[in-house]
Design a protein around this ligand. Structure first.
Ligand code: COA
Length: 161
């Protein structure tokens, strides 16, 4: 199986510098990276799926290699529909691995031709999570060292209203 496209899924509520780090490094490996926003979030979200997509599109507006899309339902169905087979996931810590391992095996059981590839998140971003960003923003802290400037703009707008 040779593929030049990787699919990078997540809730991205919001997209962080850790996510950006994975996507930028993935563009050095793949011709195209599709960032796909999961619409059905089990968690209370800060941004609607269409807002998350808009923010990510703004972040990558100058990158020809990055496409942004969304999906609902099973991820393997999205891969089938788009005829893509490489799933990219970032791993921050050992504890991420157990969950990722389960998810990769479940996806493989449902779609044997899908391969999950893991990339280690750079150490300086390993503490980051979307929940931490939301907590700091809610309490009025500075999130600028943790997220792309486009996210800062949207989060500030959210807390103005
Ligand atoms: N840098 C910083 N943070 C990162 C990161 C990185 N490189 N990679 C992940 N994270 C953080 C996220 O910010 C998020 O933080 P939060 O828990 O505080 O919100 C957390 O890790 C989870 O990551 P995320 O990628 O947003 O979601 P997820 O790991 O829960 O996976 C899907 C989401 C969409 C991939 C998964 O639920 C899915 O495939 N859903 C569709 C249904 C399906 O097919 N399920 C598979 C059957 S097993």
């Amino acid at each position: 199986m040779t593929q030049d496209t990787a699919v990078y899924p997540g809730f991205f509520d919001p997209f962080t510098l850790g996510h950006l780090n994975i996507v930028e490094r993935a563009t050095q490996v793949f011709h195209q990276v599709i960032v796909v926003v999961a619409e059905d979030s089990p968690k209370k979200s800060m941004f609607l799926p269409e807002e998350r997509m808009r923010i990510i599109k703004e972040i990558f507006k100058n990158s020809k290699k990055v496409k942004v899309d969304c999906f609902n339902g099973l991820l393997v169905n999205y891969l089938r529909k788009t005829n893509t087979k490489i799933l990219l996931r970032g791993i921050r810590t050992v504890s991420d691995f157990e969950y990722e391992y389960q998810m990769a095996l479940a996806n493989k059981t449902m779609a044997d031709d899908v391969e999950t590839l893991f990339m280690m998140t750079e150490g300086k971003y390993s503490f980051l999570s979307s929940t931490i960003i939301k907590e700091i923003a809610r309490l009025g802290g500075d999130i600028t060292p943790m997220v792309p400037p486009e996210v800062v703009k949207w989060v500030n707008k959210r807390y103005e209203t």
